[in-house]
Design a protein around this ligand. Structure first.
Ligand SMILES: *[C@@H]1O[C@H](CO)[C@@H](O)[C@H](O)[C@H]1NC(C)=O
Ligand SMILES: *[C@@H]1O[C@H](CO)[C@@H](O)[C@H](O)[C@H]1NC(C)=O
Ligand SMILES: *[C@@H]1O[C@H](CO)[C@@H](O)[C@H](O)[C@H]1NC(C)=O
Ligand SMILES: *[C@@H]1O[C@H](CO)[C@@H](O)[C@H](O)[C@H]1NC(C)=O
Length: 327
């Protein structure tokens, strides 16, 4: 009973708050279903070209894949060459991430069916359709190593990867924390598929943690979680190689392109407790839709809203569950 009434209060509060924050229709409904993630802590999801998945990185360093036939997750990949199942499986100890790995962003390159992974400790990695130990592709650029690799998206035509490293000085263990609040060493980068070279496109960002390429490949959106904004970086046209602020919004996490070509952004309004929501924006930053994410994520920040197959998959690195809403 207590749980139910606090849910209703929370939902009403967040509804009112969101309504005044953005005068659009706020949709708020209960999840269709939730699913248990082994070891918890999904930060992001990916699906393969056959609709298989979700794939997700979990707390103990594994990337796991949901298998419909067993209605559960199986081991798929990992980024750390030192990882052993004995030491790592099921651990929640952040001190073990250096040995076990910890993958956040991940996406499939459909042409090769390879999974590209942003392991927060092991950088940009890739693994083939059979899974297993991923190959490390990039661990730094311009003399600064990646300390907190976070998000990526893939140009499905060329294989080029656009990605965000959240810090050159603080790793995941220091986030959240005072140090991270003042950290402006996040960078937005590009990995060239043909040459393997990495270029820095934007720097001095404040915990950049979301990246999404537009359907026509003319721009990329980049979010700054601590900077409370979303950038639009032009890849083509007269404004190529320049960027502009697209939207000011509180604590945006991952950005995922929707089947419509618009984008879902996971945001966390600070009231001061986090009130998570998914907002759907178009190429000009107009908010088209907003979904208030209530239980079971009350009080924790969410990292991703991924629309796939008519469903919204919601992830939080602070939760043991994945949550599914109707899109
Ligand atoms: C991984 O193992 C190698 C070889 O045993 C060792 O040199 C290295 O320090 C280990 N790395 C970590 C992060 O534990
Ligand atoms: C980034 O920050 C450094 C140190 O504050 C500064 O020297 C540099 O000009 C900044 N670069 C950009 C591109 O803003
Ligand atoms: C953008 O940068 C790329 C890579 O440095 C370069 O090849 C291209 O000419 C630039 N485009 C414009 C319009 O400046
Ligand atoms: C975005 O703005 C541009 C320039 O004003 C316009 O041409 C375009 O139609 C807008 N896109 C949408 C989806 O409204």
């Amino acid at each position: 009973m207590a749980i139910i009434s606090s849910y209703i209060t929370m939902t009403m509060l967040s509804f009112l708050f969101l309504f005044f924050y953005f005068p659009v229709i706020v949709l708020s409904f209960r999840p269709l279903t939730t699913f248990e993630v082994p070891s918890g802590g999904s930060e992001a999801y990916a699906f393969d070209r056959d609709g298989g998945g979700p794939y997700t990185g979990v707390n103990d360093g594994r990337v796991v894949k949901y298998e419909e036939r067993i209605n559960g997750f199986v081991d798929f990949a990992y980024a750390s060459p030192n990882r052993t199942k004995e030491l790592c499986d099921g651990t929640n100890d952040p001190d073990l991430h250096t040995i076990c790995g910890r993958t956040f962003g991940l996406e499939m390159y459909h042409r090769t069916n390879e999974l590209y992974m942003m392991d927060t400790y092991y950088g940009l990695c890739v693994v083939g359709p059979e899974g297993g130990l991923a190959k490390q592709l990039a661990t730094g650029s311009e003399g600064e190593s990646f300390k907190f690799s976070n998000a990526l998206d893939i140009d499905q035509l060329t294989g080029d990867i656009y990605f965000a490293d959240s810090s050159s000085i603080n790793n995941l263990k220091h986030v959240p924390g005072q140090a991270a609040n003042l950290d402006t060493t996040a960078r937005f980068l590009k990995y060239d598929y043909k040459t393997g070279k990495v270029a820095v496109l934007l720097k001095n960002l404040s915990l950049a943690g979301g990246v999404a390429i537009s359907e026509d490949l003319s721009f990329v959106l980049v979010s700054e979680f601590m900077g409370n904004k979303i950038w639009k970086y032009w890849l083509k046209g007269p404004k190529a190689n320049t960027s502009e602020i697209l939207l000011d919004v509180q604590h945006p996490g991952n950005i995922k392109r929707a089947p419509s070509g618009d984008f879902w952004v996971a945001v966390n309004f600070q009231t001061p407790n986090p009130v998570p929501a998914g907002i759907k924006i178009n190429e000009n930053g107009t908010i088209l839709d907003m979904v208030s994410i209530g239980t079971p994520f009350n009080g924790v920040e969410i990292s991703e809203v991924y629309e796939f197959g008519g469903l919204l998959f919601v992830a939080s690195p602070f939760a043991s569950l994945g949550v599914v809403y109707k899109a």
